[in-house]
Design a protein around this ligand. Structure first.
Ligand SMILES: Cc1ncc(C[n+]2csc(CCOP(=O)(O)OP(=O)(O)O)c2C)c(N)n1
Ligand SMILES: [Mg+2]
Length: 624
């Protein structure tokens, strides 16, 4: 061994390397990998487990989750709360632990958020094959369950020799650090290789800083975009997550206050302009507001800022109905910038907004358009008030009321985390964002089970914030164990659990397509029908949360919920507030979503729904 090398196992080299990786933007430096989550098995305990014990220290602390999928959600939520400027590594053993992370990997990649996955892998030397948990392929010895990560990773590698890390680790960091490529990065680590030693060059372990540039648009593209906006009669902005990730809120506000172009927000973009701002029309698309959707219908120029233009944002390509509508799309990622036949402006949202503002100097939308925007906002405010104050004689709280009460309680220092079920749609529409960061929606993958694990990630990223996991009973049952981890780590979150006895948003969707309802409510098997049509299944969620270490409270009225929220705020340990809600209360929608209805069926109502569906599809547009 020479003085310029350091003898380490491959796992030791990973730990020593990860400790010294940074990203830098606007002159501020952030640690890229803030620690390691892991559940150990034979595939990583003596490799990465030993290395973390030897070298992890305070620079790469270890955290112990209760489920591998959940730990990836925690890392993803952390990355989102840090605007992509930092994440965690997640390690698992070779088999089920690894495949448990696949869902988390897809969540990261679809949301364009970085996470480093380090699953153990089968022996590179192949001698003990089949090792415990090995998937055997008669066609190749070069296949393991970790190949499942390939399509859900932005970078994938298998480290068959310790020296391969010299090439693979910098690549992995590059992909995670760059917002244009960020997503899950998987380095599959055969268990024998993790424990093998190599003389690594010492300089490999020196600090590395990945600078995130503010990429500006090319001059010609910018001039064309400005010209298109000047010529438009009804320009409209779609503000997506890219505005948030690029820290572009002040630039967006300045642009909007100069030009008065109205803004509709996506799930990831909600909060980038407060809902009270006179040019914020709120949520856009399938779960959009009356105001945003009405104005968007006749927009002739859509300026897309950092959005993937998912089917929810575009109401399955029915949201923009002006036959001559054109798109200008600003995105760090060319793939997204080209969608909808847009004029692609590949660049950083903040930098491009600043330059576009300068190029549009003196420009402002017409007074008549301005009046329409004001009146749409006023009408939506009235309708919003009605929705969140439903008329009811006694009975259970409606979800819309729970949203209002929580919204009134959570101040600018709070964050509400949600992901699946009826909540994201209702919140997108009804939540009044006061400040950027008060609304955290994982709606790229809309992955049930993200909420509690995600809330823990937000709390770890932003310990000064009050963090709420807003969750349905279905999602809670799927993945609630990270309550234990939050207690273990002393990271308090408050879980608000809406119990409506089942997968009610899918039940509602199903009934809106003509079905009488099937397989979506939590009911006992009924001897008379042989189906799950009996009495509701009773689950004691309060006892469940208490058993996991949380303070559990129950709220079945407005006063009760206000009291429970106040009490939870006083606690320094994780709390759960159990709220039984009316299962069938639904809120009005102002747009469409393409969900195919059966074209052949035994049910009369479904046949009618199919007709309506065929009719609605006629509004679907092809922009290129
Ligand atoms: C992991 C996963 N499985 C299935 C789905 C499909 N899905 C979307 S919402 C939903 C029901 C969620 O139930 P709950 O959390 O109780 O919310 P509710 O619909 O009652 O509001 C289901 C099954 C999903 N999004 N994620
Ligand atoms: Mg439910």
């Amino acid at each position: 061994m020479s003085a310029s090398t350091r003898r380490l196992t491959a796992a030791g080299a990973i730990v020593e390397f990860l400790k010294r990786q940074y990203v830098e933007r606007d002159g501020a430096r952030h640690r890229l990998v803030n620690g390691v989550f892991g559940i150990f098995g034979h595939g990583n305990v003596t490799g990465l487990g030993q290395a973390l014990d030897d070298y992890g220290g305070d620079d790469l602390p270890y955290h112990q989750p209760k489920n591998e999928q959940a730990m990836v959600h925690t890392a993803v939520a952390f990355a989102k709360a840090r605007r992509g400027l930092g994440t965690f590594a997640c390690t698992s053993s070779v088999g089920p632990g690894a495949t448990n992370m696949v869902t988390g990997a897809a969540t990261a990649t679809i949301n364009r958020l970085p996470v480093l996955l380090l699953p153990g892998d089968i022996f590179a030397n192949r001698l003990p094959a089949p090792v415990l948990q090995q998937l055997e392929s008669p066609a190749s010895m070069d296949v393991s369950v970790n190949d499942c990560f390939r399509p859900v990773s932005r970078y994938w590698d298998r480290i068959n020799r310790p020296e391969q890390l010299l090439a693979a680790l910098p690549e992995a960091m590059r992909v995670m650090a760059d917002p244009a490529t960020a997503g899950a990065v998987t380095l599959a680590l055969p268990e024998d290789v993790q424990a093998e030693a190599f003389d690594y060059p010492r300089h490999f372990f020196e600090e590395r800083v990945y600078r995130i540039p503010r990429r500006r648009a090319d001059r010609e593209g910018l001039a064309t975009a400005a010209e298109m906006i000047r010529r438009a009669r009804r320009p409209f902005i779609v503000a997506g997550g890219g505005v948030y990730y690029s820290d572009a809120e002040p630039a967006l506000r300045a642009f909007v206050e100069k030009t008065h172009v109205p803004v509709g927000v996506t799930q990831a973009g909600k909060g980038v302009l407060p809902d009270a701002h006179p040019y914020c029309l709120g949520a856009l698309g399938t779960t959009g507001t009356l105001a945003a959707n009405r104005i968007a219908q006749s927009a002739d120029l859509v300026l897309v800022l950092g959005s993937r233009l998912s089917d929810f944002t575009t109401a399955s390509k029915t949201q923009f109905q002006d036959p001559a509508v054109r798109f200008v799309s600003v995105n760090v990622n060319a793939y997204d910038a080209h969608k909808h036949g847009a004029l692609p402006i590949v660049g950083d949202a903040r930098a491009v907004l600043e330059d576009l503002g300068t190029a549009l100097s003196g420009y402002r939308i017409a007074d008549e358009y301005e009046r329409e925007i004001r009146s749409a906002r006023e009408e939506w405010e009235r309708v919003h008030r009605e929705i969140v104050h439903p008329q009811r004689e006694g009975g259970l709280l409606h979800q819309a009321e729970v949203i209002r009460i929580l919204n009134e309680h959570v101040d600018e220092n709070g964050t509400v985390v949600h992901a699946a079920g009826g909540l994201p749609g209702d919140l997108h529409k009804l939540w009044r964002s006061k400040a950027s960061g008060d609304y955290h929606s994982e709606y790229g993958y809309s992955c049930m089970g993200y909420e509690i694990a995600g809330a823990l990630g937000v709390k770890m990223a932003r310990p000064e914030r009050d963090v709420y996991a807003f969750v349905g009973d279905g999602s809670y049952l799927m993945l609630n164990h990270e309550i234990v981890t939050s207690v273990q780590e002393g990271r308090k979150i408050t879980v608000v659990l809406n119990d409506n006895h089942g997968y009610q948003c899918i039940h509602g969707l199903q009934r809106s397509c003509g079905s009488h309802g099937f397989g979506n409510e939590f009911r006992l098997r009924d001897a008379s029908t042989g189906r799950l049509t009996g009495e509701p299944v009773e689950v004691d969620y309060v006892a469940n949360a208490r058993s996991l270490g949380a303070v559990a409270l129950c709220a079945d009225s407005e006063e009760g919920l206000v009291r429970a929220l106040a009490e939870a705020r006083q606690q320094d340990r994780t709390c759960l507030i159990y709220v039984p809600v009316e299962p069938r209360a639904s809120i009005p929608g102002f747009s469409w979503w393409d969900v195919p209805v059966a074209a052949e069926t035994e049910t009369k109502e479904v046949r009618q729904a199919r007709k309506a569906y065929d009719e609605a599809r006629k509004k679907e547009r092809f922009y290129y």
